[in-house]
Design a binder for this molecule. Structure first.
Ligand code: UD1
Ligand code: MG
Length: 455
């Protein structure tokens, strides 16, 4: 009978303290956007898939901003500061305090290495069953500045940084991704012995395999495709990474059964979720936080972020769904309609040229063209509540806070400032006055004035 080994508890240590000077930017590198979300979100989410018991993020450059972003993305993560960036080994050691009582493995990830797959991380975790230290490596097309893996069979004897390598070592093409997993306490103990006597004068995390070997521990490397280890160091690399990210996300969407006529024109975010048989027309942009249920249709040139679209709903063309928009089953949001922080009920229609913000629209209601929820008084936001099967006439201004009852109606062009009871019709506009013949008389007079000026 084969023994099923459950993985040990795992803690993530995500290195995010480096300056990223080649980005030429005041924004800390982990906060540059990839797939609509901060770069660090990619490593965080991949690592989170292993269901870690703890997540430690090592911050330094731009620490305040990075820590705020981490708190937003993963409130359960802990940030520790590396006040001076003395090297990757020193960075990992900053997590020692936060892991002092932790029994389990520590997996080191980089904030600027976004493409590592969950499968690869799981393979590293699995390799731990046989080895004390597992390093993730790859065969580099151009080994350049990468650390080289000195392997003896499946034993990783040591890692040598390019700066410190002999010509023979530089000829090695199996390189270090930087990712590593080991027992947390063993890792911290080994790191305590790392010195900075090397070409860079830094405390290298890469000294760990050699130190492990010296103590009779077993280090190994497992390899992954080079594309997974791609690091971001410059704007050009970030742009290339965005292209790679979009290509992968589009392929994943198609594989999951999303219909797209021109997938190469659709922009996704890291966390976009679209259900099977949903249709995404050309030139749709997804910002972060969007979920689209099976069978919904997102028509061309629509822009969505922080919203949910239910089954059977049709959005756009040219619609904008902003954070907090929740579109019910079979609802319709048409062209040049903006929805923000609003629930649109099942089967409700907002088909043309409207703004619905801080509002609830009941099921089956029809919102006429040009309707605006006047939600902002210059200081505060106020809510508009519209009941079921209401009919809002075209060009209605709903001055919030205001409530429109079930089955109620507004006359076109109304400015609604008072609540409307169920079933009532509200007319909030000047009464029409019609003057027979006056149009023609007026035009004749104007033409006469113009003619007299020519003389
Ligand atoms: C590192 C590896 C190298 C590997 C390469 C893969 C070492 C010594 N070298 O080199 O073998 O091939 O990654 O890309 O580890 N960081 C901190 N604090 C520091 C220094 C770095 O948090 O004091 C963070 C950086 O923000 C970054 C990561 O650690 O996320 C890697 O640092 P970086 O300076 O890019 O290391 P490399 O020189 O690329
Ligand atoms: Mg690097």
């Amino acid at each position: 009978m084969s023994e099923v080994t459950t993985p040990r508890p795992i803690a993530l240590i995500i290195l995010a303290a480096g300056q990223g000077s080649r980005m030429m930017s005041d924004l800390p590198k982990p906060l540059h956007k990839l797939g609509g979300m901060p770069l660090i979100a990619h490593a965080l989410f991949a690592g989170a898939a292993l269901e870690p018991a703890r997540i430690i993020v090592v911050t330094g450059h731009g620490a305040d901003a990075v820590e705020r972003a981490v708190d937003d993305l993963m409130p359960f993560a802990t940030c520790v500061r590396q006040e001076r960036q003395l090297g990757t080994g020193h960075a990992v050691l900053q997590a020692a305090g936060a892991l002092a009582d932790f029994e389990g493995d520590a997996l080191v990830l980089y904030a600027d290495t976004p493409f590592v797959s969950v499968d690869t991380l799981a393979a590293m975790q699995a390799a731990r069953a046989q080895h004390d230290v597992v390093v993730l490596g790859f065969d580099a097309a151009d080994p350049g500045r990468y650390g080289r893996l000195v392997l003896d069979g499946d034993t990783l004897s040591r890692i040598v940084e390019a700066k410190d390598a002999t010509p023979d070592e530089l000829a090695i093409t199996t390189c270090n991704s930087g990712l590593l997993v080991a027992d947390a306490q063993t890792l911290m103990r080994l790191l305590a012995d790392v010195t900075n006597t090397n070409a860079a004068g830094e405390y290298y995390l890469t000294d760990v395999p050699a130190l492990a070997k010296a103590q009779g521990l077993r280090a190994t490397a497992i390899l992954c495709p080079e594309a997974e280890t791609l690091g971001i160091n410059s704007r050009a690399e970030l742009a290339a990474a965005e292209t790679a990210f979009q290509a992968a996300k589009r392929a994943e969407m198609l594989e999951n059964g999303v219909a797209m006529q021109a997938p190469e024109t659709v922009i996704f975010a890291l966390d976009t979720w679209v259900g099977q048989d949903a249709e995404v027309e050309p030139h749709v942009v997804f910002g972060p936080g969007v979920t689209v249920e099976n069978g919904a249709r997102i028509r061309a040139f629509s822009h969505l972020e922080g919203c949910h679209v239910s089954a059977g709903a049709v959005i756009g063309p040219y619609a904008r769904l902003r954070p907090g928009a929740e579109i019910g089953n079979d609802a319709r949001i048409g062209n040049f309609v903006e929805v923000k922080e609003a629930q649109i009920g099942e089967g409700a229609k907002v088909n043309h040229l409207s703004y619905i913000g801080d509002a609830t629209v009941g099921e089956g209601s029809n919102i006429g063209a040009g309707t605006v929820t006047c939600n902002y008084d210059g200081v505060m936001k106020h809510r508009t509540t519209i009941g079921r099967n209401a009919f809002i006439g075209s060009d209605t201004m709903l001055v919030a806070p205001v409530t429109v009852g079930h089955n109620a109606m507004t006359a076109s062009g109304s400015v609604i400032t008072e609540d409307i009871p169920d079933g009532a019709l509200a007319i909030g506009r000047a009464k029409q006055v019609t003057k027979p013949g006056l149009a023609v008389k007026l035009m004749d007079r104007l033409r006469a004035i113009k003619a007299s000026k020519k003389d």
